[in-house]
Design a protein around this ligand. Sequence first.
Ligand SMILES: [Fe+2]
Ligand SMILES: [Fe+2]
Length: 135
Amino acid sequence: MSLITWSQERFATQVAQHDEEHRQLFELLNTLHRSIGIGEHISTGEALDNLIAFVAQHFAAEERNMCLVDYPDFKQHKLEHDSLVKLCLDLQADFHAGLAPLNEQTTFFLRDWLCRHIPATDFKYVPAFTARGIN
Ligand SMILES: [Fe+2]
Ligand SMILES: [Fe+2]
């Protein structure tokens, strides 16, 4: 069973690019969760790297659009992104250094972060984006 499932009702921003990225993020997180469950060290490392690379790519895409529309809450939104990126980079470094194995607590944390951030923070940029034709 998947850890997290994208649904229109809970997660749609109506900005097609970002909805697609969120779906992709969920898939990458599900892959990481499965690898951890199986206990495969190499595939877990790969899944972690893929997820973190895409998290950074997605955050950069949202931040580009926020800059494009002079989004007033840009700073606060970016702070949330930056704190997750820092945490992910620390996790990644520790995992590859053999200092900290990953467990399901990590994927539960990431799931909860996404489930909170998308509706509470991403949804706020929707009016500004759609008003400028970003949809
Ligand atoms: Fe997002
Ligand atoms: Fe965001």
